[in-house]
Design a protein around this ligand. Structure first.
Ligand SMILES: *[C@@H]1O[C@H](CO)[C@@H](O)[C@H](O)[C@H]1NC(C)=O
Ligand SMILES: *[C@@H]1O[C@H](CO)[C@@H](O)[C@H](O)[C@H]1NC(C)=O
Ligand SMILES: *[C@@H]1O[C@H](CO)[C@@H](O)[C@H](O)[C@H]1NC(C)=O
Length: 581
C-alpha cells in the first residue's frame, strides 16, 4: 500500500493563487501543490510577502513542489505496482514507495548550498520535522509518484542484464527559481523491483563517503551529482564488508542526492538489448530535449550529435578526474551518466601517492578500474553507448559515429594536457609541454610523491627556492620528488618553459596555480576518521570536512590543525575501501 501523507489545505491553495497573481514571476510552478509537508499554521499574508522578499528561499515547504509528472507522462511506467523483484519490460520506471527506516533518525549533515542555491529552501528548514520526514523517505508528496529506474549495464566488462535502482527512489523533480530541473533521489531507502538480492539499504560508512565525496567534487569544479542531506538510523543492516565471511551489523543511512538527470549509459543499453526500439527513441528524445538544448529535436542527425556531445563531455570529465587524482572505482556502464557528470560514489578514492595503478576498490584484483585506466574505460563505455544507439542510426551515421569515437583519445589527451598545463601554470603552447608533464609524473611515480601536494607546493614555492633546489621542510611532497636524480633536470626544463609565459609574473602564476591545485581533497584516511566518529554519533568531523572541502583551494587554519595538508598518517595505507555499501 502506498503511503500517502496528505494535508491538502484550502489555505495553501489560496495562498498560492494570491502569489501567482502577485509579484513572483518565477512562481508559475506553484500552480498545483498538494505538497504534504504543510506546517500547522500558515499566515497567508506574511507568507506571500516572504515569498517575494526572499526570492523563493522558503522557510518551510509551503508551495514547494516536487513532481515526477513529466517523466511519468512521457515515459511508460511498469504496470505492476507490487514491490517484488522481477524482470521489467517495456518501461523506464516502476512506481515504488520508499521503506521508511524504523528507528530514530538523526541528521548527520546537510548541504546549505544545495538547499539554498538549488532547492530554494532556507537552511532553517533543515531543523524541521518535515525535512527529516522528506529526507528519510517517511513522507512522500501526493503528486509525486516515487520511481525506481530500470536500467542495465556492462559490469566489469560483461553484459549484466537488468540492474536498475535497487535501493534508490526518485522522489521528485524540482524546478528552481532559475528554471533548472533537479531530480531528487533517496539512496538507501529500501527495496525495489530492481533490488535483486540486496536489502535496499545503504550503510553509514558508504553514505558519509558519498555525501562528502560528491560535495567535494563539486567544489573542485567537477561536474557531479550533489548531496543535500544524510541521515542515519539505528536500523540494523548486515554487511560482509570485505567479502571475507565476516558479517557485521551496521546502521542504515539515507542520502538525499540530486542531479539534473540520473539516466545512464545502461538506461539506453537495456532498451537496445531487449529490442525496445520505440522506447529507446522516446527516452533519447526526452533526454535530448531536456538536457541538450543545443540539439534540435527534429534534426534527423540528433542521435549522432548527441553521441558526439557525450563523447566530448566524457573525455573532458575523465580528464578532470585525473587532474585531481580521483578514481571512481566502478566505472560500469550503469554508473556512467549520459550527462557526463560523476555519479554513484562507491569505492572511489583520491590517490595519495601518485601511482597510475592506484585502485580504490581493494577487491578489484584485476585493477580494471585503476586510475590510469579510466580513460580507456571511458572509451569502452562510449563504445557501449554507440552500440546502444546503433539501431537508430543509418549506415552513414554509423560510420560518422565510429569516427567520432575514434576521436575520443585525442579529445581526452587535449583536455588532459590543458588541465595539467594549467596545474603547472603554463601559458601558451610549447611543443614539449606533454613531455614536461609526463616527465614530472614519472618522477612522482618513482618517488611515490603525493599527487595533490606536489602540485600544490609547486604553486606555493618561490621561484628562487626552486631554482636553487633548496626545498624547505614544509614542502614535504616536493622534497620527496626532489630525491629523484632527474629532479634538477626537470626543474631546469620547467623554469625555462616558464620564461615563455608571456606577460606573466611569479605572483600571477602562483595565484593561478593556487586556484587550480587544491590543498585539501577527501583522502581516504580523512573520510575514514570522520566515519569512525560518526559511527558513535559524533558528526563533528563529517561537518568539519564538509566545511573545509567547500574551499579546497584556500588555506584554512582548522584544516591545517587537523593535518589535512600533511603527509597521510601511516595507517592510511592499511585502509581497505569496503565494497559493501
Ligand atoms: C519540431 O517539429 C514540430 C512539428 O513539426 C514543431 O512543432 C516544432 O516546433 C519543431 N521543433 C523545433 C525545435 O524545431
Ligand atoms: C554501480 O553499478 C553497480 C551495478 O553495476 C551497482 O551495483 C552499484 O551499486 C553502483 N555503484 C554505486 C556506487 O552506486
Ligand atoms: C570491487 O571489485 C570486485 C572485483 O572485480 C567486484 O566484484 C566488486 O563488485 C567491486 N566493488 C564495487 C563496490 O563495485
Amino acid at each position: 500500500m502506498p503511503r500517502h501523507y496528505v494535508v491538502p489545505s484550502l489555505i495553501t491553495w489560496l495562498m498560492l493563487l494570491v502569489c501567482q497573481s502577485g509579484c513572483c514571476l518565477l512562481d508559475s510552478i506553484t500552480a498545483a501543490s498538494n505538497f504534504s509537508l504543510v506546517p500547522n499554521y500558515i499566515n497567508t499574508s506574511n507568507l506571500h510577502q516572504d515569498y517575494c522578499e526572499r526570492k523563493r528561499k522558503l522557510p518551510n515547504f509551503v508551495g514547494w513542489r516536487l513532481s515526477t509528472e513529466k517523466l511519468t507522462a512521457t515515459l511508460p511506467i511498469d504496470n505492476i505496482q507490487e514491490n517484488y523483484v522481477r524482470e521489467v519490460q517495456n518501461s523506464i520506471f516502476s512506481v515504488v514507495y520508499p521503506t521508511p527506516l524504523k528507528s530514530r533518525v538523526l541528521l548527520v549533515a546537510v548541504s546549505k548550498e544545495v538547499l539554498e542555491d538549488i532547492l530554494d529552501l532556507d537552511f532553517s528548514v533543515s531543523e524541521t520535522e518535515e525535512f527529516l520526514h522528506l529526507v528519510s523517505g517517511t513522507k512522500i508528496l501526493l503528486e509525486s509518484l516515487p520511481l525506481a529506474h530500470r536500467y542495465g549495464g556492462h559490469q566489469f566488462g560483461s553484459w549484466a542484464g537488468q540492474l536498475g535502482d535497487g535501493r534508490a527512489h526518485l522522489i521528485g523533480v524540482y524546478t528552481n527559481r532559475f528554471g533548472d530541473r533537479w531530480e531528487l533521489q533517496l539512496k538507501g531507502s529500501g527495496r525495489t523491483p530492481y533490488s535483486r538480492n540486496g536489502d535496499g539499504r545503504a550503510v553509514l560508512h558508504s553514505s558519509v563517503r558519498e555525501f562528502l565525496g560528491s560535495e567535494a567534487m563539486h567544489f573542485l569544479g567537477i561536474p557531479t551529482s550533489r548531496a543535500a542531506s544524510l541521515v542515519v538510523s539505528d536500523d540494523d543492516v548486515w554487511r560482509d564488508r570485505f567479502y571475507n565471511g565476516n558479517i557485521k551489523k551496521e546502521r542504515g543511512a539515507i542520502v538525499l542526492r540530486i542531479a539534473k538527470s540520473w539516466f545512464r549509459v545502461g538506461s539506453l543499453e537495456i532498451l537496445a538489448f531487449s529490442g525496445e526500439l520505440e522506447l529507446l527513441r522516446t527516452l533519447l528524445d526526452l533526454v535530448i530535449s531536456e538536457h541538450f538544448p543545443s540539439i534540435n529535436v527534429n534534426d534527423s542527425n540528433r542521435y549522432l550529435i548527441f553521441f558526439s556531445e557525450v563523447v566530448s563531455e566524457t573525455a573532458h570529465l575523465i580528464a578532470l578526474w585525473m587532474s585531481v587524482g580521483f578514481a571512481h572505482g566502478v566505472c560500469n556502464t550503469d554508473n556512467f551518466s549520459l550527462l557526463s557528470i560523476t555519479i554513484d560514489y562507491g569505492p572511489f578514492g583520491f590517490m595519495d601517492s601518485y601511482d597510475p595503478d592506484f585502485v580504490p576498490n581493494t577487491s578489484d584484483d584485476e585493477r580494471r578500474y585503476k586510475i590510469g585506466n579510466q580513460a580507456n574505460v571511458g572509451m569502452f563505455n562510449l563504445n557501449k553507448l554507440f552500440q546502444a544507439l546503433n539501431p537508430l542510426l543509418d549506415i552513414r551515421q554509423k560510420q560518422l559515429a565510429s569516427q567520432i569515437l575514434e576521436g575520443y583519445p585525442e579529445q581526452y589527451y587535449k583536455h588532459f594536457t590543458e588541465l595539467f598545463k594549467a596545474k603547472l601554470g603554463l601559458l601558451g603552447d610549447s611543443e614539449d609541454d606533454g613531455y614536461l608533464i609526463a616527465f614530472l609524473l614519472k618522477l612522482m611515480e618513482d618517488t611515490k610523491a603525493d599527487f595533490t601536494m606536489t602540485f600544490r607546493q609547486l604553486s606555493e614555492i618561490s621561484q628562487d627556492q626552486l631554482k636553487e633546489l633548496s626545498i624547505p621542510q614544509e614542502f614535504w611532497a616536493l622534497q620527496d620528488v626532489a630525491k629523484h636524480k632527474f629532479f634538477a633536470n626537470w626543474v631546469a626544463m620547467y623554469l625555462l618553459r616558464l620564461k615563455r609565459n608571456t606577460g606573466d609574473s611569479y605572483s600571477e602564476r602562483s595565484r593561478r596555480m593556487i586556484g587550480i591545485n587544491p590543498r585539501y581533497v577527501l583522502r581516504n584516511w580523512m573520510a575514514e576518521s570522520a566515519v569512525q566518529k560518526a559511527e558513535r554519533n559524533d558528526f563533528s568531523e563529517v561537518r568539519l570536512l564538509q566545511q573545509v572541502l567547500q574551499h579546497p583551494f584556500q588555506m584554512q587554519t582548522v584544516a591545517e590543525r587537523a593535518g589535512y595538508a600533511q603527509r597521510p598518517p601511516a595507517w592510511a595505507k592499511e585502509i581497505k575501501v569496503s565494497c559493501s555499501s
